[in-house]
Design a protein around this ligand. Structure first.
Ligand SMILES: Cc1cc2nc3c(=O)[nH]c(=O)nc-3n(C[C@H](O)[C@H](O)[C@H](O)COP(=O)(O)OP(=O)(O)OC[C@H]3O[C@@H](n4cnc5c(N)ncnc54)[C@H](O)[C@@H]3O)c2cc1C
Length: 382
């Protein structure tokens, strides 16, 4: 039996997110994008925390909102209509490792950092290195076991919330000769000696989500901060990406595409001189194609989310959703620009921002080539 009607709770969260987007995100989004009001960025994060939008996937017993993945996807789509980077921040992507592999003590200690509504703290997922991107198994940050401590050394790059996080999940190798079986995950608070945050990347889009370098020089952390067992880090990272491909890419992509579609439709139906153009088949068919692909992608996001909520194996479905919804987002944003014409090329019109933001979705959380590779392996292995 298939039922597409959202539950009361899901409708409430959807409404809440829609209102938050209209009232809080939309007025600031383009200004933050242009670097005009960076000082508003942190207060906006604070407001998200107050509304429980920064801790959506964390169970209520730890101070979170306790949403399942499907409800999170519904909320994230709404936030992404206002701003992709803000929606991504709300996914709390960096806490997923702790949710998946943390012990009870680790969850109690570290989840409190971000669930604090008065003083929110962001987290970071630190896997990528200058020479380890798609090939995550090439991680060269080391973790040396000394007594009851680990000593971490290495450099991570392109880390979201790199400069803001209070907690880093760092992936390091305990034995390089073991390849991916040496990779281990560690919980590293931001105030440990030896952790420094390097320069922020000057990016094409997603300006509301900071991306930076994190350097670890003889960082000492207790054994209790190891997430999972030695050698389980790669498995944890892949499990985390399964969730992020759906929520941080798929749902964000649907939201950005919806924003682009709505902007183009508004333009074409508002001005009398362009209304006649909108009636032409070449234009109206584009609108139909845009809406069809948004609807199809949303169904994929919902199905993948539902599969994960029901503990079904979702690796293939999540990868299909990732590349399909992110390719769709860029295509729809680009089509929206084309339909609007020269105004869309102006920086004070939102469409060029949607194109810049959507492009990232094809790159992070595993590039779309890698997502196609994971999906095709799943298909061929039955
Ligand atoms: C804004 C932003 C935020 C990010 N946030 C984070 C974060 O929070 N944490 C984190 O750990 N990382 C983060 N990343 C890094 C991101 O996950 C990597 O960029 C991504 O994994 C790709 O790695 P790479 O850029 O090194 O590309 P490479 O691995 O060098 O790949 C280059 C090209 O080759 C292709 N390619 C590589 N290998 C194969 C293959 N086997 N088959 C087919 N094609 C292949 C890729 O698809 C790509 O097109 C972020 C990146 C960006 C841009």
């Amino acid at each position: 039996m298939i039922d597409f009607e959202l539950s009361q709770e899901q409708q409430q969260w959807q409404r809440k997110a829609r209102e938050f987007t209209e009232k809080e995100i939309k007025p600031l989004s383009w200004k933050i994008d242009k670097g005009l009001t960076q000082e508003y960025h942190w207060p906006l994060i604070g407001k998200m925390a107050e509304q429980g939008l920064l801790s959506m996937g964390i169970p209520e017993e730890y101070g979170g909102s306790g949403l399942d993945i499907l409800t999170m996807s519904i909320v994230v789509e709404e936030l992404a209509v206002g701003d992709g980077g803000i929606a991504f921040t709300a996914t709390g992507n960096s806490l997923v490792p702790l949710m998946i592999a943390g012990t009870e003590d680790q969850k109690k200690e570290f989840l409190a950092l971000t669930c604090n509504k008065k003083r929110p703290g962001l987290a970071a997922f630190a896997l990528t290195e200058p020479h380890a991107g798609s090939d995550a198994g090439a991680v060269s940050t080391t973790a040396r076991h000394e007594g009851h401590e680990y000593v971490l050394n290495g450099e991570k790059c392109f880390i979201s919330n790199g400069d803001l996080a209070r907690l880093y999940t760092v992936f390091a190798t305990v034995d390089k000769t073991k390849g991916i079986r040496g990779i281990t995950a560690f919980l590293v608070p931001d105030d440990v000696k030896g952790l420094s945050r390097g320069k922020l990347e000057d990016k094409m889009g997603f300006h509301s989500s900071h991306t930076g370098v994190v350097v670890l020089s003889d960082v000492r952390i207790p054994e209790e901060n190891r997430l999972g067992q030695e050698g389980e880090g790669f498995k944890i990272a892949m499990k985390v990406l399964e969730v992020l491909r759906v929520v941080s890419c798929g749902a964000v992509g649907v939201g950005i595409a919806r924003a682009a579609y709505e902007a183009a439709l508004r333009f074409l139906t508002t001005y009398s001189n362009v209304r006649a153009v909108a009636g032409q088949q070449a234009i109206s068919f584009d609108l139909a194609d845009m809406l069809a692909s948004i609807e199809a992608s949303r169904l994929m996001v919902w199905k993948s989310s539902w599969m994960m909520d029901n503990n079904l194996s979702a690796g293939t479905m999540s990868s299909l959703t990732k590349f399909y919804a992110s390719d769709m987002a860029l295509e729809v944003a680009n089509k929206g620009m084309q339909l609007v014409g020269h105004y869309a090329y102006r920086e004070d019109y939102p469409l060029e921002k949607y194109v810049r933001d959507a492009k990232l979705l094809q790159i992070y959380e595993g590039t779309n080539q890698i997502s196609r590779m994971v999906a095709s392996r799943g298909i061929l292995s039955g």
